[in-house]
Design a protein around this ligand. Sequence first.
Ligand code: NAD
Length: 421
Amino acid sequence: MGPVETQKELSVYESMAARFDVAARKLGLDDGLYKYLRTPNREIIVHIPVVMDTGQLEVFDAFRVQHSIARGPSKGGIRYSPDVTLDEIRGLAAEMTWKCAVVNIPFGGAKGGIICDPHKLSQGELERITRRYTAEILDYIGPERDVPAPDVNTNEQVMAWIMDTYSMHVRHTVTASVTGKPLDLGGSRGRREATGRGCLVACDEALRRFARERASTRVIVQGFGNVGSQAVRLMHEAGYKIVGVADVEGGVYNPRGLDIPALFEHAGEAKTVAGFAGGDAIGSREILEQDCEVLLPAATESVITSQNASRIKARILVEGANSPTTPPADEILFEHGVFVVPDILANAGGVTVSYFEWVQDRQGYFWPEADVNARLKHILVNAFNDVVGYGEKHNVNNRIAAYMLAIDRVAFTTKLRGIYA
Ligand code: NAD
């Protein structure tokens, strides 16, 4: 048993900052650029008044952090949760900058959040909160400025309200103002599956390096939401052997392989994978430590820590979630020879297809799903090879390689543009 995790180990912001520091040092980034790239460009705090269904007036605290616009408009999700903090949003905004740079798409990073519990709000209240939040940050967003997307507890409907509010203010329809919209409102084909599909592509590339076959590769997925469930479905269809799946309610493990169509049927009815009869019941956290070749955390942050990293049996870690591994855990995994496909590469399929959505909206010309998937694969395979190649060249692990590559790209454009004064 390792030492107890500290608040610092579990903080998304601290994790991002620690990795940034290591990568910047290895890159020999000069002091000025170090300070500039470590700090967000702009932090917006708004307090949004909303009339609740009871007639009572309530005020919600909300944020939008824009970390960088060096390579293009900033891009990043908006989350609704009682646990949102400015620090977390700050860390995630910076991670978006590095993620967009790793896959080499022309965006900087941003993130937004509203402190609220969407499960306790009516649809009407959610809509009013969303619209007022959009109105409050309106001057700072838009297709050329900052393009929001869904994140934890926000969805296509929320994006549709943001797009409509923005459009009402500028007096014409601007579908490119947000991504992750419904297909009938300028959304992209393949966006819903994009993050899970990206995880599949990244995993395939890792397998190729180790000359492994899909059919003999056992996979465990933690999380069965958008990312996890799509990854499970696509990896099963591709021939991987899914042996364990868990969500917040609990999980199921079967070393011989789970019956995935039956699991989806169960989850459709029970609204959880817990209780599925096709395997042994197992806890949401314990599932991470079971026998497998590939572990795919796709639930939430800081689940692989100094406490449990040494008990991870997987040889390949594909990070579907944002920031699932803490920096002390990174060290342990590295010592144990685990091949890590870091979050800013493994889950970049979502933002890549968001980029395609923005391009399609601006062109008013929509691509068939096969084109979206082929272009996504092309971008992710290149990014995978860039990161792994960079790591080998500089003798660093994949995570630090991804950060170094990203910081190098953002620093390069920053220097090219110069500092406006
Ligand atoms: P989601 O809300 O659709 O699903 C989350 C899943 O995780 C649910 O099945 C939930 O039950 C499970 N979960 C939550 N806490 C858990 C816990 N403690 N233990 C086990 N399971 C738990 O969210 P999502 O959109 O699938 O996102 C999952 C992760 O992937 C997040 O970290 C998110 O930031 C990241 N991500 C999402 C996208 C995207 O396109 N949706 C893109 C990039 C990164």
